[in-house]
Design a protein around this ligand. Structure first.
Ligand code: GLV
Length: 327
């Protein structure tokens, strides 16, 4: 058997996406559609020196306990809320992610959702398909204008900024909240910094772009939804648990807000019997923010670069816990 280090790759990826790892390690690869680490892979954890995984794999205390030789965790995602980063840091294990390459794709999808919800595309398309398009109706399928409307960005990181740039092209006014003001982004976008409450109260559209952390879990619940305008539309392309799903259902069913468009839900996948699917004013897509050919491939490659760097004892190019490295 070769003495290359063993790397567990949680899922099968398309040919070529992991080329950068070829010859650098022995890969044990899970099934394409795995919803958890397969038994075969889990059994190999004691020998594994690297873990390459998707955001659906919880890299938690239990997994780490079974992997005493692990030297690098590479997540093929920008979000790392599936990884117990603190536990990895305690073990001195660097954790890699894939920022940057999915910014534009995710911002595109955010605008697609925002426009679809504003102009009621899913509902009107279904009506056309099912014979309810009887004539050109002056009052049929009326939606909301983007031009002149205020977009509230909750989080002005890379993706929030990219959404802001697109929204400016649509003639929207921008406000944002974040842990602190971002003067450079403000200057570039003409965005106004407000508290979260003010953003919610003043925006016609609210788009969430914050990582999932202990502080942001449940950030948007009943009190926040009640602050929003009755005509407001909520878009979430960040992480599902930032919004309290039951509260959102009530807000949409009772008309506290006009509509929501969700790329992310809690849980994922959202089971088909979930009541949110029954609401015409709720558009749900299956976590496809980064789902373009180029973006996904670049994410995979970036994650492969992180993995190889970790195996070779180099700093990961994109590391979320650089404190593992001595000064
Ligand atoms: C996708 O949601 C990611 O975090 O990359």
């Amino acid at each position: 058997m070769s003495d290359l280090p063993l790397v567990i790759v949680s899922h099968t990826l398309p040919a070529g996406w992991l080329d950068k790892m070829e010859g650098r390690c022995r890969m044990l690869i899970g099934p394409v559609d795995a919803t958890r680490l397969s038994d075969e892979l889990a059994q190999a954890l004691p020998q594994a020196e690297g873990l390459y995984c998707l955001l659906t794999i919880p890299v938690n205390h239990a997994l780490l306990e079974r992997a005493p030789r692990l030297r690098v965790v590479s997540n093929m995602a920008v979000g790392v809320d599936n990884v117990d980063v603190a536990a990895c840091t305690r073990r001195g294990i660097p954790v890699g992610n894939t920022p940057g390459v999915l910014t534009e794709g995710t911002a595109d999808l955010t605008m697609a959702l925002l426009l679809s919800a504003a102009r009621r595309l899913p509902e009107s398309s279904q009506d056309a398909r099912e014979g309810r398009w009887k004539t050109w109706s002056p009052t049929g399928w009326l939606g909301a204008d983007l031009y002149g409307a205020t977009l509230g960005l909750v989080g002005l990181g890379k993706i929030g900024k990219a959404v802001g740039q697109r929204a400016r092209g649509f003639g929207m006014r921008l406000v944002y909240s974040d842990t602190q003001p971002n003067p450079q982004a403000e200057a570039e976008l003409g965005a106004v910094y407000l508290s979260l409450e003010e953003v919610l109260r003043h925006s016609d559209f609210v788009s969430l772009h914050t990582p999932l952390t202990a502080e942001t879990r449940g950030l948007i619940g009943a009190p926040q939804l009640r602050m929003m305008k009755p005509g407001a539309i909520l878009v979430n392309t960040s992480r599902g648990p930032i919004v309290r799903m039951d509260d959102l259902h009530q807000a949409l069913a009772e008309g506290w807000i006009a509509a929501a468009a969700l790329d992310v839900t809690d849980p994922e996948p959202l089971p088909p019997e979930h009541p949110l699917y029954q609401l015409k004013n709720c558009l749900i897509v299956p976590h496809i923010g980064s789902a373009t050919q180029n973006t996904r491939r670049r994410m995979a490659e970036r994650a492969a670069e992180n993995l190889v760097a970790g195996l070779e004892g180099r700093h990961l190019p994109f590391c979320v816990n650089p404190e593992v490295y001595p000064e």
